[in-house]
Design a protein around this ligand. Structure first.
Ligand code: BTX
Length: 325
């Protein structure tokens, strides 16, 4: 109901009377007033004048269903948005909801995470109102061995969404988006599966949008950046989400329908931070020098070690060697 009220207020520049809203939605004027009070608490600035009704002055920068739905250009992704003011981790929450039967295309969003997670048990910092913490639910009928490709598809879709906003970025295989050699976005793809069948995939994306430098924890200040820091202006979080979902839906269904994610891999190659560079392949505490040669038709990174041997990495940890710069 809140969503319907806000949509009608958004589509009218003039006042709308409480009686009209009450007739339209079949609820009492007192109930309308209760919803308006809730909306004001969420940050909507709504003018109310007796005998005239209600008029929307401004909307808050929220990544709620009410704010994102009008911007969506998708058929499946984002049709069900679950939005939290604060949550431990959108990926953990999505997994809980998937166990209860959440459908493909559902998107879990939160204004902040209190225990955001990266890979291998690492932390992900997601400050309130200035970052995007998003988890997308997928139920692909593919062999679980192909799930790593979804991370590449997501990275490609993110780079297209950024480009649409005139933001240039690099993709650091397998799961980071980089601007000026600093991390602006990370992807964490998790899955529940049996041997040959996927129950669900939760693709988690963290984006540093309007975070100021001093808001990053000290330990990541030197490696993290935000779109606002790089571009010197506030960027619309809801626009990024809507745009990402549009590109992701196209690339994901192309992969599901054709079995090939080549269009996504081509984007990852073009924007790759690693290809042609000297890198380290990291396994535990071991760092082996190598060169990043290519991303193959399976989205795997081909590296060449110093003894000349070639190897395919399906996923894993790599870093660029300082000798490149
Ligand atoms: P990762 O393991 O590649 O990166 C984690 C590392 O990145 C951390 O150890 C830290 O050094 C650094 N880091 C932490 N926070 C930030 C940040 N905000 N910006 C830049 N660098 C940072 C990357 O894992 C995958 C992250 C996915 C996060 C999303 S948010 C929605 C979803 N829910 C959830 O709990 N995780 C995912």
């Amino acid at each position: 109901m809140k969503k319907k009220i806000i949509n009608i207020l958004k589509s009218n520049d003039d006042f709308i009377s409480g009686q009209m809203l009450s007739d339209q939605f079949g609820i009492t004027r007192a109930a309308i007033w209760k919803y308006i009070t809730q909306l004001k608490k969420e940050g909507y600035e709504i003018e109310s004048i007796s005998r005239k009704g209600y008029r929307l002055i401004s909307s808050p920068d929220l990544i709620s269903s009410e704010e994102i739905t009008p911007l969506l250009e998708t058929k499946v992704f984002g049709k069900n948005i679950i939005h939290y003011d604060s949550i431990h981790s959108t990926n953990s929450q999505a997994k809980l909801l998937c166990d209860e039967g959440l459908q493909e295309g559902s998107v879990i969003l939160s204004e902040e995470q209190t225990s955001g997670r990266g890979r291998l048990g690492r932390n992900w910092s997601s400050p309130k109102g200035s970052s995007i913490s998003m988890s997308v639910v997928l139920k692909p009928e593919i062999n679980p061995v192909h799930v790593a490709k979804v991370t590449q598809i997501s990275a490609a879709a993110l780079s297209l969404a950024f480009e649409e906003m005139d933001i240039q970025c690099n993709i650091k295989w397998p799961n980071d988006i980089i601007i000026n050699n600093k991390k602006v976005c990370g992807i964490l793809t998790e899955m529940s599966s049996e041997l040959n069948k996927i129950n669900y995939v939760v693709m988690g994306i963290g984006i540093n949008v309007n975070i100021d430098e001093e808001a990053f924890p000290d330990e990541i200040k030197s490696i993290a950046t935000s779109l606002k820091i790089e571009y010197g202006k506030q960027i619309s979080r809801k626009q990024i989400i809507a745009s990402f979902l549009k590109y992701f839906e196209n690339l994901y269904f192309e992969f599901i329908n054709t079995g090939s994610a080549e269009s996504s891999f081509e984007i990852c190659r073009k924007r790759s931070l690693l290809l042609g560079k000297n890198i380290y392949v990291i396994r535990g505490s071991e760092r082996t020098p190598a060169t990043a040669v290519s991303i193959d038709e399976n989205g795997e990174l081909i590296v060449k070690y110093e003894d000349g041997t070639l190897s395919n990495l399906v996923s894993g940890e790599v870093s660029v060697r300082k000798s490149n710069v």
